[in-house]
Design a protein. Structure first.
Length: 193
């Protein structure tokens, strides 16, 4: 079984409001991501919430599960770890989706999923540049659980390049990261073209 973890626990300080709830294509960032996941072969989804929990939770509908990370202030890795600890047994791989990467699409997810192996990290690329979401095999998840709050998942990604499989995709959206009001404005301009 492939699971997805959507990280939406941060403070969104640079944005000034919850990134999960920013509008895009008539929905929120979070709703767009959840729709892409539900249109794919991913069987289990959890959304990790933290700082803006009360505002975000009403936008999460079953079958997606809500996981609250009480330690969200200690860093993003604690949210990923909370999501991993909530996964059903038998999960063979986990798709990591960041709520500030709202242009994920089901076609991209479907190109990653068939490549899952326990000791593999699958990264989408567009024109040679790596993006999101990232698919982690089950053995890699144990390494992520062992990280301290001051560390990031990139430590695991960079540990052994032979474990990485890059999959070329057609969507430039894998590279879109919206952290600031300026980024959001650029996204709106891009979408209106």
């Amino acid at each position: 079984m492939i699971s997805a973890i959507v990280l939406a626990a941060g403070k969104s300080e640079r944005m000034g409001r919850p990134k999960a709830l920013l509008p895009l294509r008539g929905r929120t960032f979070l709703e767009n991501i959840l729709a892409a996941i539900s249109d794919s072969s991913v069987e289990d989804t959890c959304v990790v919430v933290g700082h803006h929990r009360s505002e975000i939770e009403p936008h999460i509908e079953p079958p997606a599960r809500i996981v609250f990370n009480a330690n969200y202030e200690q860093g993003m890795i604690t949210s990923l770890q909370a999501g991993i600890r909530s996964l059903p047994s038998g999960t063979s791989g986990t798709l990591l989706c960041l709520v500030d990467h709202p242009l994920v699409d089901s076609e991209t997810i479907e190109l990653l999923v068939p490549n899952v192996r326990p000791d593999r990290i699958i990264l989408p690329t567009f024109e040679g540049r790596r993006g999101h979401p990232v698919l982690f095999g089950s053995a890699i998840l144990q390494e992520i659980l062992a990280l301290s709050p001051s560390q990031g998942a990139n430590i695991v990604v960079h540990k052994d390049p032979s474990r990485i499989l890059q999959v070329s995709v057609k969507s430039p959206g894998i590279l879109v990261d919206v952290d600031t009001p300026e980024d959001f404005l650029k996204l709106q301009e891009y979408e209106s073209r």
